[in-house]
Design a protein around this ligand. Structure first.
Ligand code: GLN
Ligand code: ZN
Length: 768
């Protein structure tokens, strides 16, 4: 029995890679420094895994920005627009690489970056390969062989990780018509052959091919591509050993296909899909090894050794010890690095800490599971098992986690709790009577610039340099300025500006029971950007009102309507590490009840327009189509529970950022928000078409300007977009607003843009 790891965090335990890359981009440090930091991180990771006793240690799992981009560079899939960057005197391979990732605006050149998108259903973003008709590939970067050699010099024969050829192609995007990306397979395979033969010459024994697309729905042609690709590679390399990894979902309909490929080991995710073990055990050919993905690479909880050992036992009984490996469910890049970096017991209490395992601890768990499943486990190892059992038992019964009142409340939810008491048509009448808003009513999505000054107040408060009272005064003044200014430019529905919030999820998590935080639990989101998701460890409840004070204060400053701002239950869930001892839907319902209470309290305080942001609803969609309905049912219901406690004349808004609504428009409509604001400007209102085709009945605010860029749009650009909107959606349903919140913008551009936006709305009204 061997242990393997599929990938280890590469940001460094103190985010060293982020710091050095950002220093390099700012021109504050040289490229050699970046390479040195990278090398140190790789060495530390390899050495640690060796010391812990991992048998197959990955290499090429390190990346300076993104591992998919690494592959594009390795295969010479470099779009032509970067040719000049490449030729520029003094530019290194690293500069070309970063140019592809982030664009290049230097030395008289101005080249845009490659597109970025989400890595399956994670919050990691990868750089999308660009494909052209008849594209040829050619080995360009030798990073993979360099890193193999680097580890070998340390005395470690690693297992190089490659994204498999089919997955690599499916991750990309066709940039011109007339071909299908999967057709490029025959052009791509020769570069795999060239790379593998170099690795073989250098002494590689095992190669890891990541093929997560095997856990998704595949068409006939894609399935055939898998057969062709691995047949060819096997033919070229009869002696190299291949481990094919799948993760994030069950193999399901592709189980037979995966088992039939000419590989030496198959890895499956038994955290996401424990039920697939039996099926795969039955399908596995006589000599193939099964790698059990038992340790959760996507979450922060300690492994349940008893449950894992039971699965290992089942597998070894069928296959024998030799044909069973122990592994994490997927690469550990989705886990925070090391629990040892959490020192502050006020932030993360010892009681909660004992239930957690970050990447470093997970590597230990993998090694321990191997020792435990050997019959000769020593006293020390057996002690670890007892300790693990104890921690799990304490989690099952801890009063920190289990709150009877919350559980009872969830059980008592009835049909009517997730329904507004009147239809949209009759609510609309009552809201109109009360709110008396014009056609093309103007508003913003919530946040105003989080300037360095605003953030510095929070930092000072944290350090104890200013008192809570002083902090509140600063926030109050900033809010007051924002309210006055919105009145001045004649916006219709105002916002308080969200100056008091560090982050739209963290702010709520901090005031809800059942959430905790880390000091250093960073996870790579994209490139040098890391996020520190809250941890939902227990039943969620809301001890006291969260936003009422600031919203009510803001309302008291103006005679216009002030919109209350909340983050929705699905988004809070989606952007946190979620407890794994109950279904996600249950946790989401608990959050929904807490937000519902907040909505009702806001209404009580006189806030008659309340926005519940749900930007993450789309990204929570399961990877397989067959699972969509079940998810959407509970997600939409959670939103409705949060929104349905109010009177008919209270107007509920929701907001979603850039999303494809095509396949979910029915569910969006089922959310029954009185108003939905969406990001549409970059698609030139195209995203509205699906609402029009569906005859979406409620009101819509299609974003009329892109907030991701400092560029100030003028009135005519916005009326142009509004005219496009009115061509498909009736005037009486339309609102006017930017694409999203303005927290990342400066005041100067924000002010100019919103003045233009109000003028555009007025021009539209004049033409009704
Ligand atoms: N209300 C939030 C804001 O304006 C919404 C942010 C989001 O959609 N991501 O910042
Ligand atoms: Zn948004």
């Amino acid at each position: 029995m061997l242990t393997q790891n599929l990938g280890y965090p590469r940001i460094g335990s103190q985010r060293e890679l982020k710091k050095v890359c950002e220093g390099y981009w700012a021109g504050k440090t040289g490229h050699k420094n970046v390479l040195t930091v990278g090398k140190t991180i790789r060495h530390d990771n390899w050495q640690m895994q060796k010391d812990v006793g991992i048998d197959l240690i990955p290499s090429n799992d390190f990346s300076y920005y993104d591992h998919v981009l690494d592959h594009s560079l390795m295969f010479g899939a470099i779009p032509k627009r970067y040719n000049e960057v490449m030729l520029k005197q003094g530019n290194e391979e690293l500069d070309l690489y970063f140019a592809m990732a982030r664009g290049y605006q230097k030395n008289g050149l101005d080249v845009v970056a490659m597109e970025m998108t989400k890595w399956f259903d994670t919050n990691y973003h990868y750089i999308v390969p660009e494909f052209y008709k008849n594209q040829q590939f050619k080995v360009f970067s030798t990073k993979i062989t360099n890193e193999f050699y680097e580890a070998k010099q340390l005395g470690i024969i690693t297992k190089p990780v490659l994204i498999g050829p089919v997955t690599y192609l499916l991750l990309g995007k066709e940039k011109e018509a007339g071909f299908e990306k999967i057709d490029l397979l025959k052009n791509l395979l020769p570069v795999y052959t060239e790379i593998l033969s170099k690795l073989q010459d250098l002494g590689a024994e095992w190669i890891q091919f990541d093929e997560p697309f095997l856990a998704l729905d595949l068409n006939e042609k894609e399935q055939q591509a898998y057969r062709d690709a691995y047949k060819q590679l096997r033919k070229d390399f009869p002696r190299l050993k291949f481990v094919l990894t799948t993760y994030f979902e069950k193999l399901g309909s592709n189980a037979e296909l995966a088992a039939s490929l000419p590989i030496d080991a198959l890895h499956i995710d038994l955290v996401r899909a424990p039920q697939q073990l039996n099926e795969v055990l039955d399908l596995l050919p006589a000599k193939t090894i099964l790698s059990l993905g038992l340790v959760d690479g996507r979450n922060v909880w300690k492994n349940d050794f008893d449950a894992s050992l039971a699965m290992i036992k089942k597998a070894t009984e069928k296959l024998g010890h030799e044909r069973v490996w122990i592994a994490p469910s997927c690469s550990l890049i989705h886990s925070p690095v090391d629990l040892k970096n959490e020192h502050n017991t006020e932030v993360l209490t010892p009681q909660i800490k004992q239930w957690l395992a970050f990447a470093r601890q997970k590597v230990n768990e993998i090694a321990l599971l191997k020792s435990l499943s050997a019959n000769d486990a020593g006293v020390g190892t057996r002690y670890k098992l007892a300790e693990n059992q104890h921690d799990h038992a304490s989690r099952k019964t801890s009063a920190l986690i289990h709150n009877v009142i919350v559980k009872q409340r969830v059980k008592a939810i009835t049909e009517s709790d997730s329904k507004r008491s009147a239809t949209f048509a009759s609510r609309k009448q009552k809201q109109q009577q009360l709110l008396n808003l014009p056609l093309f009513a103007t508003t913003t999505i919530g946040s105003f610039p989080q300037t360095a000054e605003v953030r510095s107040w929070r930092a000072q408060l944290k350090k104890g340099a200013i008192t809570q009272e002083q902090y509140n005064t600063c926030i109050a003044e900033e809010t007051q300025k924002a309210v006055k200014w919105q009145e001045e430019i004649d916006l219709d529905v105002l916002v308080h500006g969200e100056f008091e919030r560090n982050d739209m999820v963290e702010y709520f998590g901090e005031q809800l029971q059942g959430f905790t935080f880390t000091q250093n639990g960073w996870v790579q989101s994209y490139g040098s950007r890391c996020v520190k998701p809250p941890i939902i460890y227990g039943d969620v409840s809301r001890p006291t009102a969260i936003t009422v004070k600031w919203s009510a204060y803001a309302q008291s400053l103006t005679d216009k309507w002030m919109k209350g701002m909340l983050t929705g239950p699905v988004t809070i869930l989606q952007w946190s590490f979620v407890r794994n001892d109950q279904p996600r839907s249950e946790t989401c319902t608990q959050i929904a009840l807490a937000i519902r209470d907040e909505v009702c309290d806001l209404e009580q305080a006189g806030i008659k327009i309340i926005q519940i942001d749900e930007p993450a609803i789309r990204e929570g969609l399961p990877l397989r189509k067959a699972d969509h309905t079940a998810y959407l049912d509970w997600a939409v219901k959670a939103f409705r529970i949060s929104a349905s406690g109010v009177q008919d004349d209270t107007q509920i808004h929701t907001h979603m950022c850039y999303s494809e609504f095509n396949d979910i428009i029915q569910n969006i409509a089922a959310m029954d928000a009185d108003v939905i604001t969406i990001e549409t400007s970059r698609s030139q209102m195209e995203l509205l078409d699906v609402f029009a085709d569906f005859k979406y009945p409620n009101e819509i605010g299609p974003g009329v300007y892109d907030i991701h860029s400092p560029r100030v749009p003028n009135k005519d650009e916005m009326t142009h977009l509004l005219k496009k909107a009115r061509a498909v959606i009736p005037d009486k349903q339309l609102w006017v607003n930017p694409d999203c919140g303005l927290k990342t913008r400066g005041w100067d551009e924000t002010k100019k843009a919103l003045i233009e936006m109000v003028a555009a709305a007025k021009e539209m009204r004049a033409t009704v």
